[in-house]
Design a protein around this ligand. Structure first.
Ligand SMILES: Nc1nc2c(c(=O)[nH]1)N[C@H]1C(S)=C(S)[C@@H](COP(=O)(O)OP(=O)(O)OC[C@H]3O[C@@H](n4cnc5c(N)ncnc54)[C@H](O)[C@@H]3O)O[C@H]1N2
Ligand code: MOO
Length: 398
């Protein structure tokens, strides 16, 4: 059986991932979320011609070295201006303050001297950049952020400056992580020699939270169909992530348990390494299930490639691509038929070029290697041997 490649497998998953309902959230909860509705400006920004500097508001036609202008008032940020500037007049003005009517230029205070109720201008003139025109940042009715845009602190600043205190976003999905295996024990608990700690569960819960989900780390289920079924039916989720039991062994009971619950299998395996046994199913009520291989590195690589886009898709968005390129620091042998995602360290080499050092041992059980890695180096199927210096695609972690 030919396995689908990563793009095909993901496209099949996303085709069955419908966005959840929308909700209104305050800006304080909106970071990392996708806008369901555009954000439009309610007024011009700045709302008035404003001074960019501390100094003197003047009429441009009065600006010449040594000019003596009569001080007729003051304008500070937060205050309104109730006077106008006539020829030969100046007003004390501060950064962010409204320009008085009649004034169209600012002379910074370093370039002028006050003498009683007059100001004497120095040699330098007025720089046009010292007046910020009304609407110079944006104008009322402008669409500032479109639907589908992912909010970040910079974009939140824009929404806030437009006076928008709450935005419409896709609901954050509830993601339940269900580790599976008789050998699994929660970290911190007593453990027998034949058991291992559940490392993939906490790692994936943290990963899901970073992607904007509300994760629940369920306790590990035994390799037993009935136990898995009851864990699934007892959990509240929009997306279930089952970890382990994905392969072909006699104890790999997760897929049979899901099938018994009526799940439709959409993806069963992918031409990738690590992560070949990854799978995806849809429950009869439409909720989606992502099955990840149990080896921690396989699970985490699949999380980057599939879980992040699914969590985004449930929120009506797509993740920000974290793809980059780097020069290989070492030679690599030819790749086999599967897309290979190699854990690698990155460093900035001489000449400022990003260098990638893939680890020599890429066994998918090695958590120590995963923890030292900064990125994944992608080797496409059938890629010929590569020499140091060759440019390769790298994927930075979410
Ligand atoms: N005959 C074949 N055997 C295997 C194949 C294959 O194609 N033919 N594929 C291999 C590949 S590739 C992978 S990846 C694994 C995937 O196996 P499962 O998804 O069934 O996972 P398990 O067997 O349950 O566990 C694998 C390994 O990972 C450990 N594990 C499981 N869950 C966790 C967890 N939550 N935290 C930490 N470690 C975990 C588990 O103890 C095993 O050591 O199958 C290969 N076999
Ligand atoms: O998918 Mo497995 O992850 O190659 O070890």
């Amino acid at each position: 059986m030919t396995l689908p490649d990563v793009d095909t497998a993901l496209a099949r998953m996303l085709a069955r991932t419908a966005p959840l309902d929308e909700e209104t959230v305050g800006l304080g909860e909106a970071d990392g979320r996708w806008l369901a509705e555009a954000v439009a400006a309610r007024r011009d920004q700045p709302p008035f011609d404003a001074s960019a500097m501390d100094g003197w508001a003047v009429r441009g036609t009065d600006v010449r070295p040594g000019a003596r202008l009569r001080i007729v008032g003051e304008s500070a940020a937060g205050g309104s201006v109730d006077f106008r500037l006539n020829p030969g007049e100046a007003a004390r003005i501060f950064t962010g303050a409204p320009m008085p009517e009649g004034a169209d230029a600012v002379v910074i205070q370093e370039k002028a001297t006050r003498q009683g109720d007059a100001v004497i201008l120095g040699e330098a003139g007025a720089d046009p950049a010292w007046v910020r025109p009304r609407g110079g940042d944006f104008k009322a009715e402008d669409v500032l952020l479109s639907a589908g845009v992912r909010l970040n602190p910079w974009r939140l600043a824009l929404a806030a400056s437009a006076g928008v205190g709450a935005v419409r976003c896709g609901r954050r999905p509830r993601v339940a992580l269900l580790p599976n295996g008789d050998e699994l024990v929660e970290p911190g608990r007593p453990i027998a020699d034949h058991q291992i700690f559940n490392s993939a569960g906490p790692a994936l819960a943290a990963f899901a939270a970073r992607c904007g989900a509300r994760p629940t780390a369920l306790p590990p289920a035994r390799d037993d169909e009935a136990a898995i079924r009851s864990a699934v039916t007892g959990a509240a989720f929009d997306l279930l992530v089952a970890v382990g039991g994905a392969s072909v062994g006699d104890h790999d009971r997760v897929k049979p348990a899901l099938r018994a619950l009526g799940a439709e299998m959409i993806v069963e395996g992918c031409a990738m390494r690590p992560g070949k046994p990854v799978w995806f199913a849809v429950l009869p009520d439409g909720r989606i299930v992502l099955g990840l291989p149990g080896n921690p590195a396989s699970a985490l690589v699949c999380a980057e490639l599939f879980l992040a886009p699914l969590i985004a898709g449930l929120q009506g968005g797509a993740p920000t691509p974290r793809r980059d390129s780097a020069a290989l620091a070492v030679d690599l042998p030819a790749n086999g038929p599967r897309d290979h995602y190699m854990r690698a360290r990155l460093e900035v080499g001489a000449e400022g070029r990003l260098l990638a050092w893939p680890f020599s041992n890429q066994d998918s059980s090695l958590v120590s290697v995963m923890a030292q890695a900064d990125a994944l180096v992608r080797r496409p199927p059938g890629a010929p041997a590569a020499v140091a210096g060759e440019i390769v695609e790298v994927i930075r972690p979410s």
